[in-house]
Design a protein around this ligand. Sequence first.
Ligand code: MRU
Length: 348
Amino acid sequence: MKVGGKHYRTVWMEDHAVFFIDQNLLPFEFLIRQSHSYRQTCHAIRTMQVRGAGAIGAIAGFAMAQAFFEAEELHDPSIIQKAKTEIESTRPTARNLFYAVEKVYASGHGSSLTAFNEAHAIAGKDAEDCRKIGEYGNGLIKDGFRIETHCNAGWLAFVDYGSALSPVYKAHSEGKNIFVYADETRPRSQGARLTAWELHEEGVPHTIIPDNAGAWLMSQGKVDIMITGADRIASNGDTANKIGTFEKALAAKALGIPFYIAAPLSTLDMNCKTGKDIPIEERSPDEVLFAEGPDESGVMRKIRLASPGSGAFNPAFDVTPAELITGIITEKGVTDASQDGLRRLVAG
Ligand code: MRU
């Protein structure tokens, strides 16, 4: 997608360096950072400078490729296994991370160059898959639709295009009159900060809503369709996504609003039989207790939001059971959230 008229991907690799957009600074500053070792790249994932299932997958693949280069340079093959374990421990929920690391690890035993080529191919496929998700998802969006989305499953969360927002961009580019409600998505506010920034950059009419406003809006007939992303889809269609997705799906079901998940098949984990098998990341209580942003003079500040005597519990994801999901939009088409439907797509 374009920023200031120039096309960017969220992550890419040149020689041995990984380049990425620092998402922690957005929407206040647009900065490209570089990482020169797999350890630095792990830091970028852990601290969420790069976040979102597809972007995490792509950068984790690049980190694995960097480990092969480092092992070669230092004549120390033990780095490769150590790096794999370390990269896989950065974030536990998004399937794409493990998918990419496993593929690059397996291909790198030819040479570090084959590892680099594999990582590059994974990133390219992520972008292309998301472009196709846009085409299939666009078929579900009618002129005049009001679309609700949760968290950021836009191009920042992938290598390009996005998952949940890719159909939105496609519909907008075709001249459909659409409007997006972006859930703010506490505690890290990926909706208010990242989704809103993306939509503004692309000129898509939208507004930010508090997380607890979704059910009310739906009950008022103001939402025609809800589309969110996914961090991991179990083989029965149960889907892990940013915390708060489950309660939106419950509201949508109760109120008869179609609720779709958009994700590339690299998010599908056939080894997880149901959502109960998906590991859920727990993040620092500080994300709930504090907020960060620029003050009126533009200086970044961290302020406490909560009562000083209290701690916080901060699960980063929840699982939406398959029966609440109207359909899953993938690069191979739209399926119902069932084992048979997903199997058919994988085989097709
Ligand atoms: O914790 P994050 O910001 O990495 O969360 C992952 C997500 O981006 C969302 O759950 C998103 O909706 C999934 S699609 C990338």
